[in-house]
Design a protein around this ligand. Structure first.
Ligand code: FPP
Length: 264
């Protein structure tokens, strides 16, 4: 699958979202409510990750993208950041074998240069080991930010354009989006945020253009397969018009000008 822009071409949609993107919020509050240290919520959060990966694979979701650590999360207390890093290492060490056995392809997106070499090495190995798997593609966004992604894509694109003397040409979506960190995936169909807040928090800013948004008050450690089903059921009630009228959606009209445009 290659990236197809929802603003260039009306994408095909299905009852089960092909790509689900999640902001896993509320770990700290889950722990605090139980008089536990905040980090206990992150540990419990890993159990929820395991359950949701399995549930998505069973339901035929093709891409699951989880926001594990944002470029702004470095602002947290040092101990919490270190704990999250250790949790990431442990999860990579313990879970990758199991994921591989289940045909899951794993990818990590974000500026990994800020992470310890040991983490970078584990990520490289996990990606290489699972690269040829054809099941669910699980993407972990780590030290990721939507603005970082857009800027790194522009930087790469500009280098390419400078080399070919095309800096003054208008930029086409296709040329730009090829350099986004998740150019290997379709845009998210369904965006889920747990923990009660209703914001995007610098997640996949470009790619969420036409995602259906779903917010739940559940804290991430409590988000289970039934909660995922509720999110998918809500998704199934949405009419995805991509700028068209309801009548056009019913007749499945794919406007010629859009359909004839470049896809990539
Ligand atoms: C947000 O909850 C959660 C995070 C910043 C970290 C998410 C990490 C995990 C679920 C575990 C690690 C994941 C992997 C893939 C190994 P919060 O701390 O902001 O909660 P709060 O809003 O209640 O304070």
């Amino acid at each position: 699958m290659t990236y197809t822009s929802s603003t260039v071409r009306v994408p095909e949609t299905a009852a089960v979202p092909r790509h689900v993107a999640v902001i896993m919020d509320g770990n700290g509050r889950w722990a605090t409510a139980r008089r536990l240290p905040r980090v206990a919520g992150h540990t419990k959060g890993v159990d929820a990750v395991r359950a949701i990966v399995e549930a998505c694979a069973r339901r035929g979701v093709e891409y699951l993208t989880l926001f594990a650590f944002s470029s702004e999360n470095w602002r947290r207390p040092n101990e919490e950041v270190s704990f999250l890093m250790r949790l990431f290492v442990t999860a990579l060490e313990r879970e990758v074998g199991k994921m591989h056995a289940n045909g899951i392809r794993m990818r990590v997106v974000g500026d990994l240069s800020m992470f310890e070499p040991r983490i970078q090495e584990l990520v490289k190995r996990a990606e290489a080991k699972t690269a040829k798997n054809r099941g669910l593609t699980l993407t972990i966004a780590a030290n990721y930010g939507g603005r970082w992604d857009i800027l790194q894509a522009i930087t790469k694109l500009n280098a390419e354009r400078a080399a070919t003397g095309q800096l003054d040409e208008p930029i086409e979506e296709a040329a730009f989006a090829r350099h986004l960190a998740m150019a290997y995936a379709p845009e998210p169909d369904l965006f889920i945020r747990t923990g009660g807040e209703q914001r995007i928090s610098n997640f996949l800013l470009w790619q969420l253009a036409y995602a259906e948004l779903y917010f739940t008050d559940l804290f991430w450690p409590d988000f289970d397969a039934a909660a995922l089903d509720a999110a998918i059921a809500s998704y199934q009630t949405r009419e995805r018009r991509f700028g068209r009228t309801s009548a056009q959606v019913e007749e499945n009209v794919v406007p010629r000008d859009a359909a004839d445009s470049l896809s990539y």
